[in-house]
Design a protein around this ligand. Structure first.
Ligand code: G1P
Length: 282
């Protein structure tokens, strides 16, 4: 399966940390976020990955490349895991010259993805799911007759709807909706429901034509949510609940909370860290 990982966003909520470093390279414990995303794509059956980058994003390519200067450290478990990950997939990089939105970033991969149904995982979101989240979407899609598109959703609190694409439609079976309405980042009180798009998608190739026909929307950018609305008038778009947890590291509070959660679970120092943290909060 081909998987597209958009990672071209400016990371403006993280400035100045992201002035010359991609936000997708921010570490959660000892791994950059992009590595978790690539791990999920590969664990879901992705064998051909395209990361959409932009200016100041070269570190993303370097992370998955060989570095002979570090050969003395090649035996470290973390380095071996990264090497084996890079070996198990083919990685492509394409640059979005102008950061004109998520849908525009995906459109940059059209010639590579071609006419196949493909996965999309956002480069700044970690999903800890078993089975992996994209695999859960693929399984849903097969159960639906291998037609249409499937996007992951989860309920979001009323005061958070403006941070998400929100969808609505009839529930076809428990945890599976046929999408009829999609709104990108609605104002509070104007959301069609509480199902938020979490950033994992299995998309039919029809999305490319839909993107080309989608005008700029929220923030003056071409939004994937708007393109999915165009697509939903032509072919089925399903929203699926999933089992597992999602960690968005898009701003410093979310990133820090994610690090604390992962640190508490760390087999080496999690219990020590818990004691220290309890001491901090009294
Ligand atoms: C993007 C999508 C939005 C989705 C969100 C999930 O927004 O446009 O529909 O709900 O990811 O994180 P962003 O967070 O990049 O602004």
């Amino acid at each position: 399966m081909k998987v597209v990982i958009p990672a071209a966003g400016l990371g403006s909520r993280f400035l100045p940390a992201t002035k010359s470093m991609p936000k997708e390279m921010l570490p959660v414990m000892d791994k950059p976020v992009i590595q978790y995303v690539v791990e999920e794509a590969v664990a879901s059956g992705g064998d051909d990955l395209t990361i959409v980058t932009g200016r100041s994003k070269r570190a993303l390519e370097d992370h998955f490349d060989l570095n002979p200067e570090l050969s003395a450290f090649a035996g470290l478990p973390g380095m071996q895991a990264l090497e084996s990950l890079s070996d198990r997939t083919t990685l492509h990089f394409v640059r979005q010259r102008n950061p004109r939105g998520l849908a525009d970033a995906i459109l940059c991969t059209e010639r590579h993805v071609g006419g196949e149904t493909f996965g999309v995982l956002l480069g700044d979101t970690i999903n800890l799911c078993d089975p992996p989240l994209l695999r859960q979407l693929v399984d849903r899609w097969h159960a639906l007759g291998s037609k249409g598109s499937v996007i992951a959703v989860e309920p979001v609190a009323a005061e958070k709807v403006s941070d998400y694409g929100i969808v609505d439609g009839p529930e076809r079976s428990p945890g599976l909706w046929e999408v009829r309405t999609l709104v990108e980042k609605p104002k509070p009180g104007e959301a069609p429901g509480n199902l938020g798009i979490t950033g994992a998608y299995l998309l039919s190739p029809g999305i490319f034509a839909a993107i080309r026909q989608t005008p700029a929307g929220h923030h003056g950018e071409v939004q994937l949510t708007d393109a999915l609305r165009v697509l939903s008038t032509r072919e089925p778009v399903y929203a699926a609940a999933f089992s597992g947890r999602r960690y968005d590291i898009g701003d410093r509070e979310l990133w820090l909370k994610t690090n604390v959660e992962f640190a508490l679970r760390d087999p080496e120092f999690g219990s020590r860290f818990r004691v220290w943290l309890q001491g901090q909060v009294g």
